[in-house]
Each structure stands twice: as structure tokens, then as C-alpha cells.
Design a protein around this ligand. Structure first.
Ligand SMILES: [Zn+2]
Length: 423
């Protein structure tokens, strides 16, 4: 099939006017000017008219488990209060509710043009029962705060469940690695042993790792000052608090990952693809010393910013300019609907634009396409329209104004193709 559009935004070179992509099976086999594509490829033409053809969007941080909690938790006076509130809501949910919640999330994300989600689930054992209609990178979210002696057991059983994921739309196996990952939840809920165990497995199996880091002021207060509401709450659960009172969350994380981690500069990834490869969500709370450490450190990772969840919590400003100047690969995510209104990455791009009006719309669009593809180690397969990539495409209306500005401003339901199938 040949898909023609007024403009094809490949994210792999300049946009192509009167362009087309040839799709065979579930892959893109050719892309270029419509006249050339027609000459080089057989097949019916699907003409999308004046629309702009785009690569499918990638959500770099999401928790579909909590789609059903949309609007249930009003903003709380502290991050700790929010954790208490979500724990109370979670206590009322059964496995069937989580499966319904995840399926509801798939449908919504797809409606908004998201074709791949890096999704953290607390219930990896439910994954074999789920048939995702979009491409998934599942991460088993792990916490051992109540039973640190079970860290290894927890990881082993998660790995077993992840291995039984329905294979149709998972990611391609990059470099012989498995197309899924592990997510020790955060420094305050996952033990050092759990982080280490996940790191070992990632190194051995070439899988991805993600975690929440330096998200809230209270997390900074807990680790650096051994005080504050999060410190008191976590202490009351029985976590040993001997790592609190001197180091920042980032310092503790760098101690844990050592000189590992993936390179932060996307360009360098081609030459240095060492595992483990960490995708760090949030990174809102950084001290001047943290920035010095980041500048000097060999430990590099990808960063996910969740603009609307960030606004909901009222976190400290995200240091986008500084992280970008250090070469970090910054991606966007929606986080869960327990702290956001929808799973639309278009709305996320608009929220980011409001926060950082000087960043070009094209650069913002990279944060939901090529940047997360790079974080997921799928840069040849996802996030761009090029030969050999998955045929995950969408098309949005355009009036012929500023191309990327119009893309970000798009509201509505785009035309969408996933794995070569028009949806
Ligand atoms: Zn999260």
C-alpha cells in the first residue's frame, strides 16, 4: 500500500511535500516524493489529501494501571498525601479492574495518536492476559519496601511474567535483548538490593530499566535532610533510613548505578550501546552539586518529563535548558491519570510549550518521536518514517501554516495506522 499526504514529516530528514510512504506487511519499505514512490512500488494508493503524515507518537512514561483513577484524586497539599490517597484508592481495586483500566488506557492513547507506550505496571502477572492494540514496552514496577528480603524473588517472578507477554505488538528485540524492562519504583520504595538485582539482570539480558528519581521536594528533603512528610511516612512503614541525612536522590542513584548507564547524547548511542540503559522519570529536584556531578559523571541516562503531571503536583521547575545543554535525551510522558487528565501527547506537547515557549515546536515533536525511540533503543524501528521502520503512522489536518506549530496545536482524533493496519 502507498500512503500519500500533502506533507510527510519523516523525522529522518526534511519534511517531504507531496510525499508518500510505501507499506508492505507491518513495515515501511520506502518513503519519498509521491511520484518516485509510485514508480518504485506497486500497490494501491491511499490518498490522505491535505493532511500531514507523521510517525506514531511514543509515550515515554505511563502507568495504565491507573487510567480508572482519572479525576478521583484532587491535588493534595503534599506529595506524601497523594501517595496516601492513591494507596487508599488502589486498595479498592481488584485484578479485573486493573485489566479494564489498562484496556481503557490503550483505547484512549490510540485515539490520540500514540502507537507505543513505555508502561510501568505493578501487576506484571496480568500481562499474559492482556492483548495490547498498540506497541508496548512493558516495565514491571517493583517495590520491596515491605519485604526487602524478597528482592531477588520479586525480580525473578516479574521476569517470568514479562516473558509471557503476548508478542504481536511488542517492540523488536534490540541487540538480542528482550523488548521489555524492569522498573524499581523509586529510591524510597525499592531497596539497594532491588536496584542492583535489576541492574544485573539488565546487563545480562540486555533489557531496559526505568525509575522515578528526584521527583518531589519531599523526596529531596527525605534523603538530604532526613526530615519532612515523606521521610516520616516511609519511616513509619519500617524502611531502614540510614541512607538519609547526607546525599541527594541523584547522588544516591549515581552511587547505585556506578559508571554504568547509557550515554546521554543520542548521537553517541551508535558507538556506545552499553547496558544497563536507564530511563529516568522526572528529575525535578537537582542541587547545584547535582549539576556538577552530572557534568562530570560517566553515568548517563535518558530523562522523561511529564509536563501536566508536573503541574498537577506543583513540582519545582524542570531544568530543561540545563539538562539539554548537558546533552541529555529528554522525552515526554503522560504519567498516570491519577495525576493527569488524559493520555494525549498532543496536550503534553502543548503544556511543555507553555512552560518553555522558546523551544522550537520541531524540538518538542522530537520528544515524542525520535527521542523516546532512542531511549527504548528502537531508533531504527520507531519514531521516524524510514525504510525498515514499523508502519506505525498517523495523519493530522493542516492548513499549510507553520508545520510543527500546527502539529502541536492539533486537537481531535488523527488518522492512524499501527503495524501496517489502518485503525
Ligand atoms: Zn510515574
Amino acid at each position: 500500500m502507498i500512503v500519500r499526504a500533502r506533507t510527510v514529516v519523516t523525522m529522518d530528514g526534511p519534511p517531504i511535500e507531496n510525499g508518500a510512504a510505501a507499506v508492505s506487511g507491518n513495515r515501511i519499505v520506502d518513503v519519498g516524493r509521491f511520484d518516485d514512490i509510485k514508480t518504485r512500488n506497486a500497490g494501491n494508493t491511499l490518498d490522505l489529501g491535505e493532511q500531514v503524515l507523521l510517525p506514531g507518537l511514543i509515550n515515554a512514561h505511563c502507568h495504565l494501571d491507573y487510567t480508572c483513577l482519572r479525576g478521583k484524586i484532587p491535588p493534595q497539599k503534599s506529595f506524601t498525601e497523594w501517595i496516601r490517597a492513591i494507596n487508599a484508592d488502589k486498595a479498592t481495586l481488584a485484578p479485573k479492574d486493573y485489566i479494564a483500566s489498562i484496556n481503557e488506557g490503550f483505547a484512549e492513547a490510540k485515539r490520540f495518536g500514540t502507537t507505543t507506550i513505555a508502561n510501568l505496571t505493578v501487576f506484571p502477572e496480568l500481562i499474559p492476559q492482556i492483548q495490547p492494540p498498540i506497541r508496548m514496552c512493558w516495565f514491571a514496577e517493583l517495590m520491596d519496601i515491605r519485604a526487602p528480603e524478597r528482592a531477588n524473588e520479586l525480580v525473578d517472578s516479574a521476569i517470568e511474567s514479562l516473558g509471557r507477554a503476548r508478542p504481536e505488538l511488542v517492540l523488536s528485540k534490540a541487540e538480542g535483548g528482550a523488548p521489555w524492562g524492569l522498573a524499581p519504583h523509586a529510591l524510597f520504595t525499592a531497596s539497594k538490593d532491588l536496584f542492583r538485582r535489576c541492574g544485573e539482570i539488565a546487563q545480562r539480558e540486555h533489557i531496559l530499566l526505568t525509575t522515578h528519581l528526584a521527583e518531589s521536594r519531599e523526596e529531596m528533603e527525605m534523603f538530604r535532610d532526613a526530615s519532612g512528610p515523606l521521610y516520616e511516612f516511609i519511616k513509619s512503614i519500617g524502611r531502614p533510613m540510614d541512607d538519609c541525612g547526607s546525599k541527594t536522590p541523584l547522588e544516591l542513584f549515581l552511587d547505585l548505578i556506578g559508571s554504568g548507564g547509557s550515554p546521554n547524547r543520542p548521537r553517541a548511542i551508535e558507538v556506545n550501546r552499553s547496558y544497563p540503559s536507564w530511563i529516568v522519570a522526572h528529575l525535578n529536584e537537582l542541587t547545584e552539586r547535582d549539576f556538577e556531578l552530572l557534568e562530570r559523571s560517566n553515568s548517563k541516562f535518558h530523562v522523561v518529563h511529564c509536563p501536566r503531571s508536573h503541574n498537577y503536583f506543583g513540582h519545582s521547575p524542570f531544568a530543561f535548558d540545563r539538562l539539554r545543554s548537558l546533552g541529555f535525551n529528554v522525552c515526554l510522558g503522560t504519567d498516570s491519570l491519577a495525576s493527569n487528565e488524559s493520555l494525549s501527547l498532543f496536550a503534553e506537547m502543548r503544556a511543555f510549550q507553555k512552560e518553555f515557549p522558546s523551544v522550537s515546536p520541531e524540538e518538542i515533536f522530537q520528544m515524542v518521536t525520535v527521542n523516546p525511540a532512542c531511549a527504548l533503543r528502537q531508533e531504527k524501528e520507531l519514531g521516524k518514517i524510514c525504510r525498515g521502520a514499523h508502519a506505525d503512522l498517523l495523519a493530522v489536518c493542516s492548513t499549510g501554516g507553520d508545520l510543527f506549530e500546527e502539529i502541536i496545536a492539533f486537537r481531535g482524533e488523527p488518522w492512524i495506522m499501527i503495524a501496517g493496519q489502518v485503525q
